[in-house]
Write a protein that binds this ligand. Sequence first.
Ligand code: URA
Length: 418
Amino acid sequence: MRVPSAFVALCEAVVLHRDPQRFALLYRLLWRLAHEPGLRHDPLDPQMLQAQHMMRAVQRDMHKMRAFVRFRPVAREAGLPPLHVAWFEPQHRIVEANGAWFRRRFASMHWALLTPDACVEWDGQRLHVRPGARREDAPPADAGEALWLTYYRSIFNPARLNLPVMRQEMPRRYWRNLPEAEAIGELASAALQRTGRMIAQAASEGNRRIPLWQAPASAPVEVGSLDELSARVQQCRDCPIGALATQAVSGEGPSRPAVMVVGEQPGDQEDLQGRPFVGPAGQLFDRALQRLGVPRATVFVSNAVRHFKFELRGKRRLHKTPTQQEALACRHWLEEEIARVRPGALVALGATAARSLLQRPVAVLSERGKWFERADGVRVLVTVHPSSLLRLPPAQQAGAFERFVKDLGRAWSRASDA
Ligand code: URA
């Protein structure tokens, strides 16, 4: 007989449930599916709901087993790798069904999962299913466990303790076989006090990855020079970004260049190295210059904003677009730089740079490739930011790169005409 594939998946899970009525329930549903065509479309049928509830209980148990199994290595005779043995007491008969997941996850080690119902062993080649075992068959705690406990204690964050959620995620019945469970009581009872101490402590420094910028001890810088400007901008706290970045990144390149290129703000790599356009967007920009036969050393490269604005995601610092106020607060640094560099022409890469240079909002897509004149008489060519090319689907990247090169080419052909 034909049944929906979802029903087959339901049966595969429900047969692992410990309820002795599971086969009777599944048989009843099978019979009804054959005789009541409407059943498959009835989301509120009580028997179907009961089976789905059982399926979820089995899935939850399988998931908990994956999360809470703790292996202990057992040495074996010479020539054989250690066998990693774990004792677990699942709520349902899931060990065999879960074996394939453990085989994929721990393919390179030899392991055995012991449970009262059945045991599964992986010898690096095959999964073997054996009869159930007793807790005493599993090895006792080892030295690795003490290390694991130390680690657990040190990563425990008292300020994030939420006992009801913890009990829900890690029900007490699993604690018996979890080495870290013995630390939970002690850590939980000290949590309130520790959190109080953490609040009372002074705030720590931001997430800097290298030490704060320090003025070089030697050589006093010439007043009015680019070096002096770079030294001053390091102290800038006109907006909040500066306090979190590693250092301010000033423009670099020759004075009086034919073209000065302005981007948005330094990225992760630029922030660490203290130089503009050295990360992925910079590499794309360099490729465009190579296509045009323009040596990078002849171009002055800078940014509208001097500090890297980011958001922390785990350990990664993800670029965040600066706000208009932040770009505005930074504009005088760019203007002072332009006044010292005195470029033949400016190229704005993206909307933030274009707005800072032209002092008006710029619709980059409709105004790209065009020249605009600033109040100081310097002309500005607008184009897209190279990082926007990196975000395009691969099929569109080559065409977009050609257009970008063409836009940049305009800047240099005009500069060489001048
Ligand atoms: N993006 C920018 O706008 N500037 C850089 O310096 C690097 C990436």
